[in-house]
Design a protein around this ligand. Structure first.
Ligand code: AHM
Ligand code: MG
Length: 283
């Protein structure tokens, strides 16, 4: 697994370079979910595929930007599911974006089979967070010559101050609206950029809060994909001492997608805000 983590650092540096130097515009292609692909989505996917191909432990890869699973090493042990460039809609306005990775046991693409998760933040500084089950997530920041140095492990407090509610507000349910309003009326501050990586990173580093992406009238099953987005962050939040649930109150890590690009409503937070979510939703 350590070899994989070292390769994630290489991936982070290469995608960071591409974001800083390459064309930020759209390609003429769409991905498996029908989203218009940026040239950078394709370039980031290519970088990850080429680096992971060389890692013997990796049997197969599944990308948000690819239709199907791709086998890269027949004797490998893990399947890596990744979103190469999350936050495509905000890269053109120079906000922080990210990459997300879930490292699954091959043949068990579910929360249960998720062995480790990681994300990269491409912001003013390049950062990497890696989590394995049962240990606080490790946090790295790059400095001189692009070298990553290790920072304090990430530990959530019981309660935070940030509220990051996703989706189109017009289509929220009354229940969801009252959850969001109940936190604001208690003094929570709005922090939502439209990129789940920097938004969740902010909650993790500031010690707590709630990020919610509910099922809505226009997207009854939410927007965020289980394998590449929701489950990796669920592992990271639980490892940091928080919780990650779906709209029915199930742990995201108890879910098992039936198709590769399946989405789920999701709620990530420190314990106080998740308890509030359960109460307001009647769970
Ligand atoms: P993407 O993978 O196409 O970039 O979409 C995922 C992004 C997340 O980063 C973010 O949390 C969400 O979409 C924002 O969606 P919305 O604008 O509906 O709140
Ligand atoms: Mg994404």
């Amino acid at each position: 697994m350590l070899t994989i983590f070292e390769r994630l650092k290489q991936i982070a540096r290469e995608i960071d370079k591409a974001i800083k130097n390459e064309d930020l515009g759209y390609s003429s292609k769409q991905n498996a979910t029908g989203d218009e692909q940026l040239k950078l989505d394709i370039a980031s996917d290519f970088i990850i595929e080429h680096i992971l191909r060389d890692v013997a432990l990796v049997k197969s890869i599944i990308s948000e930007e690819k239709e199907d699973i791709m086998e890269v090493n027949p004797d490998g042990k893990y399947t890596i599911c990744y979103d190469p460039l999350d936050g495509s809609s905000i890269v053109d306005v120079n906000l922080s974006v990210g990459s997300i990775f879930g490292i699954y046991e091959t043949g068990n693409l579910s929360g249960d089979g998720l062995r480790a998760a990681a994300y990269v933040v491409y912001g003013p500084r390049l950062e990497l967070v890696i989590a394995v089950r049962g240990k606080h997530p490790r946090h790295y920041r790059s400095g001189a010559r692009g070298l990553f140095s290790s920072r304090a492990p990430i530990v959530l407090k019981e309660k935070g101050k940030l509220n990051a509610p996703g989706g189109t507000q017009q289509y929220w349910s009354p229940t969801h609206r009252s959850l969001v309003e109940s936190l604001f009326s208690e003094g929570y501050r709005l922090r939502y950029s439209g990129g789940m990586v920097p938004d969740l990173h902010q909650i993790l580093l500031k010690g707590g809060g709630l990020f919610s992406y509910p099922g809505t009238q226009d997207r009854p099953y939410g927007k965020l994909r289980m394998l590449f987005e929701a489950l990796p962050f669920a592992l990271i939040f639980e490892a940091a001492g928080g919780q990650a649930l779906d709209e029915e109150g199930n742990r995201l890590l108890d879910l098992c997608p039936t198709k590769i690009h399946e989405t789920t409503p999701c709620f990530f937070g420190s314990n106080y805000e998740i308890e509030r979510f359960k109460k307001v939703y009647g769970l």
